[in-house]
Design a protein around this ligand. Structure first.
Ligand code: PDD
Length: 284
């Protein structure tokens, strides 16, 4: 956990940080968040997260509490003050504090909080072993494209996955995989990378966006279409992407081995080129 956190303009020790019980993030889940990876003390995929934040805030009609540059400065301060070399910064903006009425309150200032954690991104054991995933029903609301703090569907899904011995769940709706509980989901068949197209049904992952660029640069074939759980089980490879896993191979789904049960060449290649890109952005 972060020792020094940010709450509405102040850097404070985590035990001294407080937020009103009337904050609409607390009462309604009325807010948005971002998780930004940190390499060598620098945030990466920086432009894209700001663009997604802008979109999420816009969809919920929450005002920016300050400028994007001020947000970046605050996040960089959290990295410095917590001496994070490798890890992540978390940022949350809610509609603010008001009497409990469902509709938007007038003249409420958005609340902003942030913290930073250590995390192994470049060389975690799962990059070499891959992870097991299990399928779980997608219980979420219909605006999953907004990175909202309203995450109860994912909390229940992750708990289900963990209780069944998996690191991640792949959520399934109408027989098709939507995405990972906290990651984007991909399969590889006959050299083609397959992932669900962007609609309101999934989060537009930042790693997904960057991965598309890397596929193009590497001449890898990518197809955006729905895929079933059975197709995933029958795939040559599977993998996930997210801020906290970058690119992570999946080696089993619902107890079925994927490919030969080892991280596949496409996932490994994409992880390697992704790490190179992150290091370049961080100036390593
Ligand atoms: N989760 N889909 C969902 C539902 C997610 O929660 C996430 C990220 C992703 C991947 O998006 P990105 O590449 O931008 O991290 C896809 C973050 C890491 C979290 O909530 O902790």
């Amino acid at each position: 956990m972060s020792d020094i956190v940010y709450v509405n303009g102040q850097y404070v020790a985590k035990q001294d940080a407080t937020i009103s019980i009337f904050d609409r993030g607390f009462i309604f889940g009325d807010g948005v968040y971002e998780v930004v990876p940190v390499i060598e003390g620098s945030m990466v995929d920086k432009e894209y997260f700001l663009q997604r934040l802008e979109r999420s805030l816009g969809e919920l009609r929450i005002e920016w509490p300050c400028t994007a540059d001020e947000i970046l400065e605050m996040m960089q301060q959290l990295i410095l003050r917590n001496a994070i070399n490798e890890g992540m910064v978390y940022l949350q903006i809610t509609r603010g504090i008001a009497d409990r009425e469902f509709n938007f309150p007038a003249d409420t200032r958005p609340s902003i909080v942030g913290f930073a954690n250590h995390l192994i991104l470049l060389d975690p054991p799962t990059a070499k072993t891959g992870i097991a995933v299990v399928s779980t029903p997608d219980l979420r609301w219909k605006r999953r494209d907004i990175k909202s703090v309203n995450l109860l569907g994912q909390v229940l899904a992750k708990q289900d996955a963990v209780e069944r011995g998996a690191k991640e769940g792949w959520m399934v709706e109408d027989g098709y995989v939507t995405e990972g509980v906290s990651s984007s989901a991909y399969i590889v068949k006959d050299g083609v990378i397959i992932t669900r197209p962007l609609t309101n049904e999934i989060l537009p992952g930042i790693r997904r966006r960057t991965l598309f660029e890397l596929c193009e640069a590497e001449g890898l074939q990518l197809e955006q279409r729905l895929f079933t759980l059975q197709e995933a089980i029958d795939a040559d490879e599977a993998f996930i992407t997210s801020a906290t896993t970058v690119v992570c191979p999946v080696v089993s789904i619902d107890g079925h081995t994927i490919g030969d049960g080892l991280p596949g060449p496409v996932a490994q290649k994409l992880r390697a080129v992704y790490l190179t890109r992150m290091k370049e952005e961080a100036g390593v």
